[in-house]
Design a protein around this ligand. Structure first.
Ligand code: SF4
Ligand code: FES
Length: 265
């Protein structure tokens, strides 16, 4: 274990841990949009800046890519960091004018308007809320292994969607992208037995129906994909029923077993 200092507080961590993770564990808040502990460091949004004052390469850097070492000392708020964050927030307000999470953070930094032209797109599949942080793309490829979405275009025309804005068979409808999106930009809806990934070119994915209660409860391709990764006995247990019916079935089995035990004794 090593010792480091964040904003004057001595913290203990493992050598090589990511500074942003250590700070979060210690209850020290650093704004961050593109970091997820389950994914490889990326450093795209630049919100998580810290100033290294001792024990490393001195200067301002992103805490989500900084590995800690013994004797490291950083500050998470300085006039220079705040100036940079304010400028970034102005850019994000222009890039994603309908993102409430951006507006809320900007307000905390005293930024209520932007000097940049707002990019309002009519019928934007990402609801004018996408800041291009790339989390959705990374979770889809690194965790789910589907690679259904990616960046499209360049510079100010960069967007995120399916290849050629067409429905894609790669999408399993798991919704992990929507789960991680820091600005709640990704939309999908379940209509009868189908999940429609509204943001991803209206890609349609069939939902699995519970044979007991008839409820549509999970995207079919994703359940098949997830089941494959489990041991056969667990697969058998989880195969068909929805979570509610599975629970009911487990309780029913326990009661029957207890009754059998009572009758036998
Ligand atoms: S849709 Fe959300 S997660 Fe994906 S890049 Fe945009 S802001 Fe990030
Ligand atoms: S969270 Fe560090 S650059 Fe985005």
């Amino acid at each position: 274990m090593i010792h480091l200092i964040i904003d004057g507080k001595t913290c203990i961590a493992e050598e090589g841990e990511i500074l942003l993770s250590v700070a979060r564990r210690e209850g020290i808040e650093i704004p961050a949009f593109c970091y997820d502990e389950t994914l490889a460091p990326y450093g795209a949004c630049r919100m998580c800046l810290v100033d290294v004052i001792k024990g490393g390469q001195k200067g301002i850097t992103t805490s989500c890519t900084l590995q800690v070492s013994d004797g490291l000392e950083v500050l998470t708020e300085t006039p220079e960091i705040n100036r940079l964050r304010k400028a970034l927030l102005e850019l994000y307000l222009a890039q994603a004018p309908r993102a409430e999470t951006i507006k809320a953070l900007a307000e905390r930094y005293g930024v209520t308007k932007t000097r940049f032209a707002k990019k309002v797109v009519r019928e934007d599949p990402l609801q004018n809320r996408c800041i291009l942080c790339g989390l959705c793309i990374r979770v889809c490829s690194e965790i789910i292994g589907a690679g259904a979405i990616n960046y499209i275009g360049r510079g100010q025309f960069t967007e995120i969607n399916t290849p050629f804005y067409e429905e894609t068979e790669s999408c399993m409808g798991c919704g992990a992208c929507a789960e991680v999106c820091p600005t709640h930009a990704i939309a999908y809806k379940d209509i009868a037995g189908t999940r429609v990934m509204t943001s991803w070119s209206e890609t349609k994915v069939l939902l699995k129906q519970c044979p007991s209660c008839g409820k549509f409860y999970a995207p079919l391709p994703f359940t098949a994909f997830a089941l494959e990764k489990l041991d056969p006995p667990i697969q058998e247990d989880l195969k068909d029923l929805c979570p509610a019916c599975r629970k009911r079935e487990a309780v029913r089995k326990t009661i029957l077993l207890k009754m059998e035990g009572t009758l036998e004794s």
